[in-house]
Design a protein around this ligand. Structure first.
Ligand SMILES: Cc1cc2nc3c(=O)[nH]c(=O)nc-3n(C[C@H](O)[C@H](O)[C@H](O)COP(=O)(O)O)c2cc1C
Length: 157
């Protein structure tokens, strides 16, 4: 059985597309995180909503994606870079599960800021996990870049 899970949150599809590419290349199961209230598709409105949530440490309720992780050993965790950190729905997911002994691999899409604090923030919530080097993509991922990255961590998967 393939015990790999690819979990992600995406508002504008970039992170979703990267998640789909990782799932295609690893044969893992894909899981989208859906918060009970979605963010605005208007950038300025979304920015206000997100800033407020991040500053309060608010973690939205997930209406999908929060199911058990018992069947999975390797978990890719994907998020857009929102103000240098994780999208709040991904923080909700991290807070609600125990990742002890699992292998965690971060991935993100961004507009030029790379991972920012995302890898550190994931590592803090997964302190008893093995964390492998992730991938960060500005906008849309090329499948070759994903292939190359998966090869570099392949021995540890
Ligand atoms: C509220 C908000 C905050 C953002 N903050 C950053 C940032 O700090 N650094 C950065 O490089 N990109 C930032 N971006 C750009 C997104 O990370 C980028 O467009 C990403 O690919 C969007 O992923 P998605 O299509 O999966 O939603 C921000 C976008 C939004 C909507």
């Amino acid at each position: 059985m393939n015990n790999t899970l690819i979990v992600y949150y995406s508002l504008f599809q970039n992170t979703k597309n990267l998640a789909l590419e990782i799932a295609k290349q690893t044969g893992g199961t894909i899981r989208e995180l859906i918060p009970d209230k979605n963010y605005s598709f208007d950038y300025n409105t979304a920015a206000k909503e997100v800033r407020s949530e991040i500053s309060r440490g608010f973690c939205p309720k997930l209406i999908s994606g929060n199911e058990s992780l018992d069947d999975y050993q390797t978990i890719f965790i994907g998020t857009p870079n929102w103000f240098k950190t994780l999208a709040p729905p991904v923080m909700s997911f991290l807070k609600q599960h125990d990742f002890t002994g699992k292998t965690i691999i971060p991935f993100c899409t961004h507009g030029g800021g790379g991972f920012g604090e995302i890898e550190n923030d994931i590592a803090k919530e997964c302190s008893e996990s093995i964390i492998l080097p992730g991938i960060e993509v500005n906008g849309t991922a090329a499948s070759e870049a994903v292939t190359y990255w998966l090869e570099t961590i392949g021995n540890e998967l």
